[in-house]
Each structure stands twice: as C-alpha cells, then as structure tokens.
Design a protein around this ligand. Structure first.
Ligand SMILES: O=C(O)CCC(=O)C(=O)O
Length: 308
C-alpha cells in the first residue's frame, strides 16, 4: 500500500444506496425484500441461502451438485470461489475449497495511531474482484448521499461516482464469502451488514470528503439510528489497480491509501464509547486515468431488517 497526502473539500453526509434494489435506508419504513435470489435455479438459491446462514460446507456441496447437473451459473460461482474462473471439473473444484479457509480474512495491519484503521492484504482473491466488477458493470447507478440538511437521499456533486448495491435478490456465493470475510475481520456478524456496494469512478469522478457514521446529533437521522443502528465499521476492498491516483484520503490521519487488487482497508467509524470518530472523515479521490473500482461494506450495530 502507498501512503501520501492530498486535499479536498468537506461535506457532512453519509453515503446511501438507492434504486429498486434493497437498501438498508428503505427498510426504515418497514419494507423488507425477502431472501429470494433473482434469476437463479432453486438449487443455487438454496446454496446461497445456506451460505448466508453460514452453513458453508452445505452451501458448497449444493453449488457443486447444481454445477454437476448443468447449472452454468452455479458452475461459474464455484469456479470463482476456487480461484479458477473458467474451469469446469466440478468435483475437483469443490474438493479444492476448504470452507473454513474460504471465509477467513487476513488479519489487519494497523495503518495509523489516529484512528482504528488497518489494512487486510489479500482480503479478496483476484477472481472474486473480477467477479464483483463484472456483476456490477451493467447495474451501476448514480451515487446518492443522505443529505444532513434534509435527511433525504439525493445526488450531490461531492459524490459523482457510480454505485451498485447487492441486496438479497442479487446475492451470490462470492458476495456471501466477502460478507463472511468482513464479519471475520471485524467481529460484526453478517446480519448487521448493509447490502454491499460496488463503487466505480471514471476519471474525474470522486466521493468527496464525508463520514460514514450516522450523525447522532442530527434529528433528521434519529429514526434511521433507532431502527438500523449506527454504521460502526467500514470495509473498502480495492477491486482493481489499472488506474492512476485515486487513493482513499483521510486528511485528519494524514493518510492516503491505495491497495493492490483484493487488498482491503477497515476502520471503525466510532470510538470505544460508541460516539462518532471524526478522524475517519475521508474521500475517494478521482482517478486521473483509467477506472477505479472498490467494494464498500458498511456494517451496523443492529441487525438489518432485510437480513432477518
Ligand atoms: O473509494 C474509496 O476509496 C472510498 C470509498 C468510501 O468513501 C466509502 O466506502 O465510504
């Protein structure tokens, strides 16, 4: 990881996800989305459900069986988990995956004394990163912020990158593994995770200075905090590296981070008493060449309704 310093402007908003896809914020008003996975076979759907229940041996056996019976989507997911996209000898691929190792995360190395922030190198495999970019590609939407002045979601010039949220109908085994790894890294169970987001930055696009915690002093966010809880932890995984510049910038920590493919950074948005850690203010800086892709996982301190 490279370390450097840069300067951008500040907006006091936290990021949200939008669209017809499940979004934790939408469930404040009681909408739930169920666990059905869109457009996949019942067997693969069962494998994904088993993975989300953290029954990994069962999930792998189910996906391997589905692949053996000709389910191409199951085969693609199995091969990606095995780190051999394109391979199709299903029994060997299944045997190559140790369920315990599959959901383990490399321990984080501390990056700063100014906040609880660390780097988990090799958090995702290159095959998983390529899978996430491919899945997001056709589903990207303009990003939204939760405006601290109105409590409403809206587009804002401080957040110009594209986003895609993967809620329950869009789950797959690769996403389930990345959620399980984030849970292993942070001790925040998957039930408390928001839908993972892929963010994609074209040259010049950015995610300006912001905080990920929900501001408890702002009455607009009271209901969100009551129902969904605080966003206590963020995990950002770098999915590619063929772009210039565009680090994640933490001005208060004098830290600029750019990971290699599959490296993640993880930080706590709150201090030990649960109050916001303002030192975590950060920005996704714009690429000057090429396109940057990350996976953002925002983890709360309450179970998220759509996970129940
Ligand atoms: O893309 C990045 O480097 C930062 C992403 C981010 O700001 C976030 O996930 O809150």
């Amino acid at each position: 990881m490279r370390i450097a310093v840069a300067v951008v402007f500040a907006v006091n908003s936290h990021p949200v996800t939008l669209g017809d896809r499940p979004c934790a914020f939408h469930q404040v008003d009681g909408k739930t989305t169920g666990a059905h996975v869109r457009g996949v076979s019942p067997q693969l759907s069962a494998a994904i459900a088993a993975a989300h229940a953290q029954q990994w041996t069962h999930a792998l056996d189910l996906v391997a069986r589905a692949a053996t019976e000709g389910d191409a989507e199951a085969g693609a997911q199995l091969a990606t988990l095995a780190g051999e996209p394109g391979a199709n000898d299903w029994e060997r691929l299944r045997a190559a995956i140790d369920p315990t190792l599959l959901v383990a995360a490399p321990q984080a190395e501390r990056l700063s004394d100014g906040a609880t922030i660390g780097a988990s190198r090799g958090f995702a495999t290159p095959a998983m990163c390529a899978w996430m970019m491919r899945r997001a590609q056709s589903r990207l939407e303009p990003s939204m912020v939760n405006d601290s002045a109105t409590g409403q979601m809206r587009q804002h010039p401080m957040r110009t990158a594209y986003t895609c949220a993967f809620g329950p109908p869009d789950r797959d085994l690769v996403i389930a593994v990345l959620q399980a790894r984030a849970a292993a890294l942070t001790n925040v169970p998957v039930a408390m995770h928001e839908a993972p987001n892929v963010i994609s930055y074209e040259p010049g696009q950015q995610f300006g200075l912001h905080v990920d915690f929900v501001d408890p002093k702002n009455p607009m966010f009271r209901r969100e905090l009551e129902v969904l809880g605080q966003r206590v932890t963020t995990v950002v995984t770098y999915l590619n590296e063929d772009f210039d510049d565009a680090p994640t910038h933490f001005p208060a920590l004098k830290l600029n981070v750019r990971g290699g493919v599959g490296d993640a950074i993880v930080w706590s948005n709150v201090i030990s008493d649960g109050s916001p850690d303002v030192h975590t203010v950060h920005a996704g800086m714009p690429p000057t060449r090429g396109r940057k892709w990350v996976l953002s996982q925002w983890l709360r301190n309450k179970p998220q309704p759509y996970n129940l």
